[in-house]
Design a protein around this ligand. Structure first.
Ligand code: TMP
Length: 266
């Protein structure tokens, strides 16, 4: 049996050569990192859940006309994707103040922003993915003005769609990160959505309790990350309650009370 070749290994995913030219296989790991990989760990079953959630989100986005790299899910941890040249910019959309913007600008976490903000970060681990302006992108030619136009208009549409999709399942989309890539056709290329959309790269808060249902549980040592990821998948209709695992509960009340400093409800 021939071994398929590994093209790239990132912090949460591996890319393998695909079955046809122009395709890749994206494998989702359980590994979790934070703070530019200073903190490392695993979230059991995360790869399986993120594969499903990302498949669902990319499929829904394609239905509203957003071009994406997703072709089809192959198995529990793998999906077939189109090979793109990743644009070295992390596009962050923020609806509510949380995370780095609170530190940077002295905002209170949970403050709704006057309007949705788009931020750009330069994708470079050695530099710690610094915040950049569109002027830097133009100056260093990381993306053309036409590509930036496409990226920002797709990002706004994606945010509008996802805010509604999550609101329908009582989840507030606080912020999230997108990556885009160039799909080549001869000498021409167009920008399509790449990477993944999952609780690893989104802040998702329960609308009623304010409970965090995303990677902040791992970043901030809140506990209950497996349950939180599964809860998102379950609400999206991707997991049946009985799929949540034997003896495992989706109720986060013990973690919730730990967060609030009150004893868990029995
Ligand atoms: P931040 O508040 O730490 O800048 O993060 C903003 C959003 O981007 C948050 O939803 C998490 C996501 N994100 C990533 O997906 N990868 C990263 O490396 C960072 C720093 C943030």
């Amino acid at each position: 049996m021939s071994r398929r070749s590994k093209l790239y290994e990132g912090k949460a995913k591996v890319l393998y050569e695909g079955p046809e030219p122009g395709t890749l296989i994206q494998y989702f790991k359980d590994d979790a990192t934070a703070f530019n990989a200073e903190k490392k760990g695993t979230i059991n079953g995360k790869g399986v859940i993120n594969n499903r959630i990302s498949e669902h989100v990319f499929t829904r986005l394609s239905h509203i006309g957003i071009p994406t790299h997703f072709i089809r899910r192959l198995n529990m941890r793998e999906q077939l994707i189109r090979q793109v040249e990743i644009i070295p910019i992390e596009v962050v959309l923020r609806n509510v103040a949380a995370g780095s913007i609170c530190k940077r600008l002295g905002l209170e976490e949970g403050e709704p922003l006057p309007h949705t903000l788009i931020e750009y970060y330069y994708k470079d681990d050695a530099l710690g993915d610094p915040l950049i302006a569109e002027e830097h992108i133009a100056c260093f030619n990381w993306a053309s003005p036409e590509e930036m136009h496409d990226i920002s208009s797709m990002a706004i549409r994606i945010n509008d769609f996802l805010c509604g999709m999550f609101a329908a399942i009582d989840i507030r989309l606080v912020d999230f990160k997108l990556e885009f890539g160039r799909l080549f056709d001869g000498d021409f290329s167009r920008v399509i959505l790449a990477d993944e959309i999952s609780p690893d790269g989104c802040r998702l808060w329960d609308m009623v309790s304010g409970e965090k249902l995303d990677k902040d549980r791992f970043r901030r040592d809140l506990g209950g990350e497996e349950e939180a990821y599964r809860e998102v998948a379950r609400r999206l209709g991707l997991l049946q309650a009985e799929d949540s695992g034997p003896g495992e509960v989706l109720d986060l009340s013990s973690h919730r009370s730990r967060l609030r400093g009150t004893p868990p409800k029995k």
